[in-house]
Design a protein around this ligand. Structure first.
Ligand code: NAP
Length: 303
């Protein structure tokens, strides 16, 4: 056992996937869980999510040697304040939030002396949420980024690394600012663009009745999958990763204007060169084993 007792705070997609992956890898003695609403706690009990579902944060973290915050980024500070007096000395607190600087600033100050804080971010997800959306394979061959803070204990970091590797992830360490910029490029800005594109199509759909849905080609359908992601989680991501997201969106807008101009002026060479460059990036992602070239991206069997 890597940890005797793991407490999952928040029981949605990521926590439930961690639970099933922990059971598959047999890395934790007991897994306790807490969710804010009675409804989610009842669902968790019904489907056997967690060895013990608790009715308070305090009860869930009692005696735990690993505590994982699996709530939206904007809720982490308040949870940290609530659980702090109940943490066992020597315990490790980590999180799975999609933004790191804001989480470090919100959670770190609440943690008592003798508790290790090792922020983390599994770069894996789906557009589904809630306790019933998780599955053990979610983290297989996906990156998990650990973002140790200045005082993070190297032994606690090493143990958490082994834990994520046992759950199927490849692990790398990163500085918080670097993490937030990388995620703004690879995840946050693309989500905002998908939300925008679906919003535009929806406005058009009102004009053309259901044609947007009826004739939606694969490109648009891929946008709608991303734009179906949890509204609370994504609201918090943009509010807490403001600077990096705005930086990337600024660059995006410049490129969009350049392409717009190429279309207006009939500059086919510019368009062709650009699309050739982006196609190579897609091939690189497939070669790196981070996706497949199947039309459904190999996601057919994944919930
Ligand atoms: P989720 O399925 O929507 O579950 C969120 C959980 O947090 C639920 O148990 C919910 O409780 C609880 N919660 C929501 N608001 C809360 C609040 N104000 N106070 C206390 N608890 C609250 O979310 P998820 O996809 O697992 O995401 C969890 C974290 O993982 C987020 O920080 C997100 O940034 C990160 N993450 C997500 C993905 C992804 O693709 N989904 C990928 C990597 C990392 P109730 O059900 O009781 O309301």
């Amino acid at each position: 056992m890597m940890y005797n007792r793991v407490a999952l705070i928040g029981l949605g997609l990521i926590a439930s996937s961690m639970f099933w992956a922990m059971k598959r890898a047999n890395v934790a003695g007991e897994v306790t869980g807490f969710a804010r609403t009675q409804e989610t706690r009842d669902t968790a009990r019904r489907i056997g999510l967690c060895d013990r579902v608790c009715d308070s944060v305090a009860e869930a973290v009692e005696g735990a040697d690993l505590i994982v915050l699996c709530v939206p980024v904007g809720a982490m500070g308040a949870i940290a304040a609530e659980m702090a007096p109940h943490l066992a000395p020597g315990a490790t607190v980590t999180d799975v939030g999609s933004v790191k600087r804001a989480v470090i600033d919100a959670v770190g100050p609440h943690l008592p002396e003798g508790v290790h804080f090792v922020p983390g971010h599994p770069m894996a997800g789906t557009e589904h949420s809630g306790p019933e959306s998780g599955f053990a394979e979610l983290f297989d061959n996906r990156w998990c980024l650990l973002v140790p803070t200045e005082g993070s204990d190297p032994a606690a970091v090493a143990r958490l690394r082994s834990y994520w590797e046992a759950l199927g992830s490849n692990v790398e360490e990163m500085e918080p600012e670097r993490h937030d910029l990388v995620c703004a490029v690879t995840s946050h800005a693309p989500h905002l663009i998908a939300y925008t594109m679906v919003g535009v199509a929806d406005d058009l759909g009102r004009v053309t009745d259901s044609e947007v849905v009826k004739f939606s080609a694969a490109g648009f359908r891929d946008f709608t999958r991303i734009a179906a992601s949890d509204p609370t989680m994504w609201r918090d991501v943009f509010l807490t990763n403001k600077d990096a997201t705005l930086e990337i969106l600024g660059r995006f807008t410049e490129e969009l204007f350049a392409l717009q101009r190429a279309i207006r002026t009939g500059d086919g060479d510019h368009l062709h060169d650009y699309f050739t460059r982006t196609r190579a990036i897609r091939r690189g992602i497939i070669e790196a084993g981070q996706d497949t070239d199947a039309p459904d991206f190999g996601r057919g069997g994944v919930r």
